[in-house]
Each structure stands twice: as C-alpha cells, then as structure tokens.
Design a binder for this molecule. Structure first.
Ligand code: GYE
Length: 344
C-alpha cells in the first residue's frame, strides 16, 4: 500500500521538507516542487503515483497536442503526481531532467527522446534506481533494450511508405507516371525516429521508380521558421520542383509561405504536389481546400495509452514492449468527415 495523507512512497525522502511545510499549511493548494521554471507539478498530496515526463520541446502543433494528452492522462483525480519538463529541443536538458527524476525517486519516467542515440548511461542509471522508463513517440538506440519497459508511438516507416504509395497512385491518376518527377524533402530533426522512419519509408518507394529524382533532403527541424528558410533556399537552387515532401505540418506552413511569396501554387490545382505529415487541424483545412494534396496522420494522443501501461505495471502485470498508434491518410476526398472532430 502507498502512504496516505500528504506522503508519497518513493518521493517521500525528497519531499520531506515540503511535506513538513504542507503539514504546517494543512496540506492545501498546489505545490511546485521544482526549482526549474519549465518543470511543473500539479499537486503534492495523497496516495499518488509520481510520474516524471521529459518532453522534447514545443516545436510543433503536434508536440503541443502530445503534451496536452499527457497532462490529461496524469491528473491527480486519476491518482497521479505529474512532474513535467520541457527540454526545449536539447538532449542535455532531457538527460538533466531524467537525473532529477531519478534523484527524486519518481515511480515512473516517461520521455520522448529527441534523437535516438546517447541514452545508454542515463537509462542505466534509471534501471539501477529501479525506475521503469516508458518511451513515448520517438525511440532510443541502446545496446540493452531492458533499459526501457515499453514504447508507445507511430510506425514512422509506414507513414513514409504511405506518402510514397499515395504519390505513386496520384501520378498514375494524373497520367504522369512516366514523367521525370523532381522531389525535395524537408526532414525533421536529424537523428529523430520520426525523421529516420519517414525518410526511409518514402525512399523505399522512391527507389522503385527510376523517374523519381530526389533533388535534396534537408533538415528543417520540424519548425515553421526553418521550413520557410529551407524552402526558400531550395527554390533558389532548383527551378523545377514537382513534389515537396514535408515531414511535419509546421514545416509545411513555412514551405507554403516561401512558395506563395514566389507565386508558386501547390495542391490539387497547383504547380507543386505537396505532401505533409501529422494532420493537425490547420493543415487538414488546407487539405480540404486542396492546397495540401495529402496529409499522413501521426497520432499525438499517446497519454492515455502510456497511462494504461502504467496502470498495468502498478497491478504487477507484464506489458508488451511496443504499442503502435492508429492513424490514417487524409486527402481532399475523405478529410471532410474528420475535420470537425479534430481538436488540435
Ligand atoms: O511529426 C513533429 C514533431 O516525433 C512524431 O515531432 C513526432 C514529430 C512530429 O515535432 O511535428
């Protein structure tokens, strides 16, 4: 059984000074036990499971929706004490956050690793402290996969495949299957699972078409600003671009700005075929208008599944190692029926 009242099992030692204050103040109100401004906790009382979450950052609309789903899943009403840390796109910040969680003796660590490499040491520290780690969204490349308990995320390779398959079919529909097709790819953060999978998945299909020419693949960091900048330089470099593959919607918004400024139109009636990933509401509206040809969904609502895994672990059950999110492909033909329900 867990401790009652204002206490908490593993975090008890760390929280002792705070608990003494809580006792004096009658254990009321919200507590921010963090000295770091970006790290926040919801409450400090009760029979709660302490979960430390290290999020990549807030680089995209997708990421914000992912954060909301975590915050909705780990509430005090559901029995959790959430420590949330925003790494602002820096691996160092994530490593520091994980170490803070370990020294606080949290019950679980959840994190979305910015890139795949560089986690062996800190995850070994979590393992030595007997704190289960659940990966969310992106994966880690570690020697020993017992360093994490489970991973919840998307099949990025399949997403990339889906983009390629869509393009293949579209070109046939347009009777352009034998034309030379010049493609540029705006990639997400180098070394991130989502960028690796989407790139490889698309490449796999491109490799089966001799007439598809990938002019360049450039890291645009998943942000609108970088997407705009990279697209501007690609437009200067290449006169004839038939397809833009942009590995998230935020970069797509930037790329659209850059193309519009030069009078280049996109989409079903436009000069350039535009393929995007994530399928956030603002982008789906552009799919509906025919400005983006296709948006490959990436489902950010992972909090609920992560919470279910933690529930199972709390009951002492074994859990699967890998959990994939359900997702689909949106085109102007099917997007209408999903738009209303999209809340991010
Ligand atoms: O596509 C992008 C975000 O890792 C799936 O990261 C995630 C990606 C998502 O910033 O918008």
């Amino acid at each position: 059984m867990r401790g009652k009242g204002c206490g908490k099992r593993r975090a008890f030692g760390y929280l002792l000074p705070i608990l003494m204050i809580s006792v004096l103040t009658g254990c009321v109100g919200q507590f921010n036990i963090s000295r770091e401004q970006e790290e926040s906790s919801a409450v400090d009382e009760g029979d709660l499971v302490v979960v430390g979450v290290s999020q990549v950052g807030s680089e995209s609309v997708w990421r914000t929706a992912n954060t909301v789903s975590i915050q909705e899943a780990f509430t005090s009403e559901k029995g959790y004490f959430l420590l949330f840390s925003n790494a602002r796109q820096k691996q160092d910040n994530q490593i520091k956050a994980i170490r803070r969680f370990i020294s606080r003796q949290v019950d679980y660590i959840v994190f979305s690793p910015i890139t795949e490499s560089g986690w062996d040491i800190v995850l070994q520290e979590a393992k030595d402290a007997e704190i289960p780690v659940i990966l969310m969204d992106r994966q880690v490349d570690v020697e020993d996969d017992s360093l994490y308990t489970a991973w919840v995320g998307s099949d990025f390779h399949r997403e990339g495949n889906n983009a390629g398959i869509w393009l293949e079919e579209y070109l046939v529909e347009q009777n352009r299957q034998d034309e030379q097709i010049h493609i540029v790819v705006l990639q997400g953060t180098e070394g991130a699972t989502a960028a690796i999978g989407r790139t490889e998945g698309f490449q796999e299909i491109a490799d089966t078409h001799e007439n598809w020419i990938i002019l360049e693949q450039v890291d645009a960091e998943y942000t609108t600003a970088k997407g705009r900048e990279v697209m501007e330089s690609l437009l200067i470099k290449y006169e004839d671009i038939d397809v833009v593959v942009s590995q998230n919607d935020d970069m797509t918004f930037g790329a659209l700005d850059a193309m519009n400024r030069r009078g280049i139109s996109t989409g079903t009636e436009g000069d350039v075929i535009l393929i995007s990933f994530d399928a956030v509401k603002a982008a789906l509206k552009l799919v509906e208008q025919g400005v983006i040809n296709v948006d490959i969904e990436c489902n950010p609502r992972q909090g609920e599944l992560v919470e279910q895994i933690i529930q199972a672990l709390e009951r002492g059950e074994e859990v699967d190692k890998t959990f994939y999110m359900e997702e689909q492909v949106f085109t102007p033909e099917n997007v209408g029926e999903y738009l209303d329900d999209r809340d991010y």
